[in-house]
Ligand binder design. Structure first.
Ligand code: OXD
Ligand code: MN
Length: 590
């Protein structure tokens, strides 16, 4: 399509009116209507380089790749500044920050007033979901950040397609993003679920400002899903192909920076000849009961916004291939020849680097070269194992849902819930050690139900109810599992090697779903016995180590159940009785 140089490219009256109103409020000097074309990408990329927003990386090593540094105070999601604005505090629930819509609108409109004087407002229309899927939704983000425009172009199906999908409809997400001066006291990520509106101010870090992702696809999405009978989840989606060509699709919820991208792109170890893992998505799943009673999932995104540190050819070769071109890197370190580097990329760091703050760095430096939450944004079409079903408007049928946290003690490598209600309890009582993906202390155990604690756009108790209610429509429910790749032994070493070896756990899960693998009953759920778990070809991991990784200490579990109380009591007035009964049953079994 020919680019019209940023001129208005829609006839949708509701869009035009709203854009004009917001441009008026922000006193934008110019409005640039994005169309998603290649010519536009080139124009805006060059502009971003000229303005110092992006640095062009070594094009021989990294064709089409660029680098961005965010403000050092603006490097992660800010949960303490994230608000759900509903008429009552109860609707948002005790796990969210709450504000009255009227009050938040007036506060943020005051902050945004005049914020784009002398600047351009970019109008970014985007689709969350494949073209022509009944689950797909339209969002429009207005932003003064070129970094956001170019990243949204990777992370979503951005441009004219969104207006085509929208037609005359007024049903789109209204997103307004003003960077302001990036000072933390003006940083707000506010959601107005009833108005399908998001306002984000004072930040230019991905999770706070790429509004299609956490804000729309999860917080607003979960609210819409409850009203419309579907689920918006913090889950990867992958397809497992067996040597006979049989494909099984799985969705898995792990908290931020706990290996969703690695799991979604896993390469099975050599022993698993003929097995393949296909990626549908690495972060978000929208799932809806289908007419046949199965749960169908789409990935609403079209790119990966992954954590760079720890990513290497050993840990995630498919990711390394994916990010070798057309990628925007943020807050990693730079080599003198404008290549990128981060801790864990290879064993020996280069002798000199420029760190994420722009300072010279050597291996003797005390600080990390790349920020622990430094990121890549790469198009999913670069992924050599991108599932051909990724654009299927119907989505893929989900056979297993896996919940998992980062826990160094107590939680076994894998177990399976007894049934859907028990599975919802397993997900609801999930916990994990905090990571650098959000501002705050790292390594503290917190309850993170279904990995949705920072992303549920309404009362978490009602969210559990919604999960339980969906069972009526999902007559062929996925089996539910729990995994923990991060358990440590007494010497503080990880018990389980993880990464590609996770295929062994996944194989048991798939075979369980298909009724082909055995299991033993325990107080927690079904677990594989040594004869059910494929250990062949593992060097150091034997059945003894498996037993250690699977160990259930009744004393630890009694403590674990007690520590679930804090969240359950917090949510008590909305907590479904089923979950209280499940907890009692677990206590009785222990
Ligand atoms: C992410 C996150 O960026 O969960 O995906 O923080
Ligand atoms: Mn995430």
């Amino acid at each position: 399509m020919q680019m019209k140089n940023g001129k208005c490219n829609t006839q949708n009256g509701a869009v035009i009116n709203w854009v004009n109103r917001m441009a008026g409020l922000c006193c934008a000097e110019k409005i640039f209507w994005c169309d998603g074309s290649e010519a536009e990408k080139e124009l805006l990329t060059n502009l971003a380089v000229a303005e110092g927003i992006l640095i062009k990386l070594n094009q021989e090593k990294l064709p089409g790749c660029y680098y961005h540094r965010s403000h050092p105070s603006d490097v992660a999601r800010v949960e303490q500044c994230t608000y759900i604005c509903t008429d009552t505090e109860e609707e948002a629930g005790p796990t969210n920050n709450w504000a009255l819509p009227k009050q938040m609108y007036s506060k943020l409109h005051a902050l945004c007033a005049g914020a784009m004087a002398g600047k351009t407002m970019y109008v970014v229309p985007y689709l969350m979901g494949p073209l022509d899927s009944p689950l797909t939704k339209v969002g429009i983000e207005l932003t003064d950040s070129l970094y956001v425009v170019l990243s949204m172009r990777i992370m979503t199906r951005m441009g004219q397609v969104a207006y085509e999908h929208l037609g005359e409809s007024e049903d789109f997400n209204h997103g307004l993003h003003c960077m302001l001066d990036l000072s933390p006291d003006k940083r707000f990520i506010a959601h107005f679920p009833k108005d399908n509106t998001i306002i984000s101010t004072g930040s230019n870090y991905g999770g706070n400002v790429l509004l299609g992702k956490k804000c729309f696809a999860l917080r607003i999405g979960s609210y819409l899903g409850r009203n419309e009978g579907w689920l918006a989840e913090h889950m990867l989606i992958l397809g497992v192909e067996s040597p006979t060509g049989e494909k099984t699709f799985v969705a898995a919820a792990f908290p931020s920076a706990c290996g969703k991208t690695n799991f979604a792109m896993m390469i099975p170890p050599p022993h698993f000849t003929g097995w393949k893992i296909w990626t549908i998505g690495d972060d978000i799943a929208w799932m809806k009961p289908g007419p046949d009673g199965q749960l169908y999932a789409i990935n609403p995104e079209s790119g990966y916004f992954g954590v760079a540190p720890g990513t290497s050819c050993q840990t995630n070769l498919n990711a390394m291939k994916t990010i070798s071109r057309d990628t925007i890197y943020t807050n990693v370190a730079l080599t003198p020849d404008l290549d990128v580097w981060w801790e864990g990329k290879d064993e020996t760091p280069p002798p000199e680097l420029i760190d994420w703050k722009g300072n010279p760095w050597t291996p003797e430096s005390k600080e990390k070269a790349a920020h622990p939450n430094s990121r890549f944004a790469a198009p999913m079409t670069n992924n050599p194992m991108l599932a051909p079903e990724v654009n299927d408007p119907a989505g893929v049928p989900i056979s297993a849902i896996i919940f998992g946290g980062r826990r160094s003690t107590t939680i076994p490598l894998v177990y399976s819930a007894f049934n859907w209600i028990h599975g919802v309890y397993v997900g609801a009582s999930m916990s994990s050690e905090t990571t650098a993906a959000a501002v705050g202390a790292v390594g503290q155990v917190r309850r993170d139900p279904m990995a949705m604690l920072p992303f549920c756009g309404y009362n978490m108790g009602d969210y559990f109810k919604h999960w339980l209610n969906l069972r009526k429509l999902v007559t062929i429910p996925p089996r539910i599992f729990h995994v923990n790749w991060f358990r440590k032994d007494d010497d503080g070493k990880f018990l389980w090697p993880g990464f590609g070896e996770n295929m062994r756990v996944l194989k048991w899960i798939i075979e369980r779903c298909r009724g082909r693998a055995g299991a033993n009953e325990t107080p927690l759920g079904w677990v594989p016995g040594p004869q059910d778990f494929d250990l062949e070809g593992m060097d150091e991991f034997d059945s003894e180590r498996l037993a250690a990784a699977q160990r259930m200490s009744m004393d630890d579990w009694k403590r674990e159940v007690l520590s679930q109380d804090e969240l359950f009591i917090k949510l008590y007035s909305h907590l479904p009785k089923e979950l209280i009964f499940q907890r009692e049953l677990l206590v009785a079994r222990l």
